[in-house]
Structure formats: C-alpha cells, structure tokens
Design a protein around this ligand. Structure first.
Ligand SMILES: *Cc1c(COP(=O)(O)O)cnc(C)c1O
Length: 423
C-alpha cells in the first residue's frame, strides 16, 4: 500500500481517534468534499437545536421574559467558554458585534490610551499579510487620530518578516496589530516574540485570531497579550455572520475606553440614566443589543472543540496538512501548481494554499465539476481548509486527486475568467 493510495487514506481514517466528531455535524451530501471550514464552518447538529429552542421556546413562548432568563448574559457566557480556547480568563473575553467593529473599538481605544496627553508617537505597525478589513479599520482609525500606519512588507507575501517587524518598532510606538494566522498563506506569526518586542517599545499588542481560534492552541496569558479579536463562524462553526469575540487583558479593562458608548456597555443599562458611565469590566466593550438568534449557535461549536481538545485537534490538523502537502508534491507540483503555504508545520495554521496561474478557473471547475469546495483568494491562490473535527483523510486525498484531474484534462478551460462577487 503506497502513501498515495485510497487504502492508505482509509487506514488513516480508521486510526483517527477524532473521527466520530464528524457525526455531530450535518453532512447531508456525503459526496461533497467541503474544505472551506476556515471560511464558514459546517453546521453542528446541536447548533440547529439551539436555534430552534431560541426561536420556539424562548422568543416564541417566553418573549421579553427571555432577556433576564439568559439572553442578557449570553455575550459573557460565550466569552467565558471561548476564553478556554485561547488561554485567557473567563472575564477577559466577550462575544459581540463583528470582528471589524471589535477591531475598530480596540484599535481606537489603544491609540487613545497610548497617545492622548502623553509623549507617545502615534504610530501603529502592522504587515501586508494582514486581512484587508484589519488594514481598512487601521487606516480609518489612524486617520481619525492623526496617527501614522506603518505596513511592513513580507518578503514573499507568504511568510512573515518577523525581524523586519521587530526592527520597525521604535520607542514610544502606540500599537502593534497583526493577524496570527495569515488568511492567504496560513503562515503563523510568532506571537510571543512579537508581543514581547512590542512591550519593550512601550506599545500594546493586538492579535486577530480569526484563523487561529479552534485551529491552533493559543495561550494569550503566557504571551502576555494585551488585546485580541476573532471570528466565530470559521473554525468555531458558529454559523453565517455569528458575532465575533474580543479579549482585553484584565488590568487594561478599566484603562481603555470603548469609542462606541452604547447602553449595553454602560454600568447600569437598566437604570436608564442620562450620563454614560462605562462598566468596570469587559462589559464596557459591548455597544448595543446583541443579535441573539445569530449568537445562540456559537455554543455548540465551541463545546465540540472543548470536548475534542485543542491539542488533539492540532495534532490531527498537522497530520492532515502534511498529508495534503505530500499529495501536492506527488500530483500537483509536476503540473505547475506551487505551494503557497509554509512547509514546516510549526509555521502553519490549519489551511494550505496552492497557487496556479489560472487559479480562479481551476477553483470554479473543482466546485462545479468535482463537488469539491475550497476557496479562491486573489490573485492566484486556492485555499484548502482542514477542519479536524470533520475533515477526513479520504476527502483530502480525493480533493487533491480531482484537482490534478482538472488540470490534466483542462476542465477549467471552459470557465470564464470573470470573477464572482463572493469568492
Ligand atoms: C474572516 C476575518 C475577518 C472577518 O471580519 P468580519 O468583520 O467578521 O467580517 C477579520 N479578520 C480576519 C483576519 C479574518 O480572517
């Protein structure tokens, strides 16, 4: 049995101690190979049940009484669970708003705290591997505060230039803000080293964990991270548009101010006082009424991750991405595909990007003709998200074999070069 045989993949699946978790998700079309869980995770069966309860039992029967019966505390309760996945304390994380809005809150709060009335250089450092929304929010915030945004270029757009980032930070820097696992290449930043380098310059460090949470072990406490944000609809499987989370280290909570002074972040919202006074704790980073129906499903996905254990998931994710890369070497490299992710597992998150000059059309053909769903990232990347809770070795093998077939048979050539609105 060779490593590229279907029997070998089947054997890896039989030996997989996490295999049973796949049955906890809705898989209504077993022939569909879904490798896009890093963009929108599959639906946990328990999430559908939670949404049903929230609509019928709570909204339907309890009506406004459901607020004190659980809805008001939901942001904190979910935050406390996510805290376990990122190595934070339960009162340091809260679920609310989108990642973009949470970035706006924390970037603004950090610049304001670091620079107002102090001799701080209003400079924010980031890099060009960051996700566009992060860069856009930082562009907006630095403009509002008259600060400077320094975007460090990675050497090849694929692996981070850690030394370059460290060197770019000068004394009095306000904020270092990076995405931990790069959305295109899957490259992993050295959180510990960069956070500590930022602290030496007097800066705060803000990490976007959107592509890391639920995929790689995180320990914000050990890295002494100041601020973080992250998505819940990717590896946490919270559902389309499920609200994001934010983390503020406890000692900073009373020092930082939420630029959106909404009533849910007020000290006593139901006293309806006319003058805003922020809550003393993480609650001050809330803004308005939380979207309960979009939020209730998050718990199901987080519970599954906690049950499986992030270390076991990481171990399987590494075996699966290494397996994918070995199949790439065997089948795809000879066809002109290139590897756009780091080869070393320790430098990689849980997705693998593969480059092709005609990536958009190849991606279309994979979806339309081959029933394989990866995603396309401009200009030339096809991303394969490995989600160890439900991805099988057989699916990975099949996907790569079908990708090779698309290229050998030229199945992509009949597709238009025109890109769709959502990729
Ligand atoms: C997916 C993702 C986001 C998404 O932000 P939203 O405001 O939730 O749309 C932000 N940052 C990173 C790094 C992401 O990967």
């Amino acid at each position: 049995m060779t490593e590229i045989s279907a029997e070998y993949a089947a054997q890896l699946d039989t030996q997989d101690e996490l295999a049973a978790f796949r049955q906890r998700f809705l898989v209504d079309d077993p022939s569909l190979i879904y490798l896009d869980g890093n963009s929108l995770g599959r639906m946990p069966l328990a999430a559908a049940e939670m949404v049903r309860k929230a609509t019928q039992d709570q909204w339907g029967s309890r009506l406004v009484r459901a607020w004190p019966e659980g809805w008001v505390g939901l942001s904190r309760r979910l935050g406390a669970k996510i805290a376990q996945l990122i190595g934070a304390d339960e009162d340091e994380v809260i679920v609310c708003d989108s990642t973009s809005v949470n970035l706006f809150k924390l970037v603004s709060a950090a610049i304001e705290y670091q620079c107002m009335g102090k001799s701080c250089a209003p400079v924010v450092v980031t890099d060009d591997m960051n996700f566009p929304t992060d860069l856009y929010v930082m562009q907006g915030c630095t403009k509002s505060y008259g600060a400077e945004l320094r975007v460090i270029e990675s050497k090849d757009g694929m692996s981070p230039d850690t030394d370059g980032i460290v060197v770019s930070m000068a004394h009095g820097l306000a904020l270092l803000s990076l995405t931990h696992v790069a959305f295109k290449s899957g490259a992993l930043h050295d959180m510990q080293r960069l956070t500590s380098a930022a602290h030496k310059m007097g800066a705060l460090a803000l990490w976007d964990l959107s592509h890391s949470v639920g995929a790689v072990p995180l320990n914000l406490r050990n890295c002494d991270v100041d601020l973080a944000v992250g998505c819940t609809y990717k590896y946490l499987n919270g559902g389309p548009g499920s609200p994001a989370f934010l983390y503020v280290r406890r000692d900073l909570q009373q020092k930082l101010e939420n630029p959106i002074c909404g009533w849910f972040g007020e000290r006593a919202p139901f006293d309806f006082r006319l003058k805003y006074e922020p809550a003393y704790d993480i609650g001050r980073f809330l803004a308005g009424t939380p979207p309960i129906l979009s939020m209730v499903g998050i718990e199901a996905g987080v519970d599954l991750l906690l049950e499986a254990g992030i270390d076991r998931l990481r171990e399987k994710s590494i075996r699966q991405t290494e397996y994918l890369i070995s199949l790439f070497d065997e089948w795809l490299a000879p066809l002109g595909f290139t590897l756009k992710s780091p080869r070393v597992a320790d430098s990689r998150g849980s997705h693998v990007s593969i480059g092709h000059p005609d990536a958009w059309r190849v991606d279309r053909a994979l979806i339309e003709e081959m029933n394989v769903i990866p995603d396309f990232r401009a200009p030339d990347c096809i991303r394969f998200g490995v989600t160890p809770l439900y991805t099988t070795f057989t699916e990975i093998r099949e996907a790569i074999e079908r990708l090779a077939q698309v290229a050998t048979e030229g199945l992509h050539l009949k597709y238009d070069d025109e890109r769709a609105a959502v990729t």
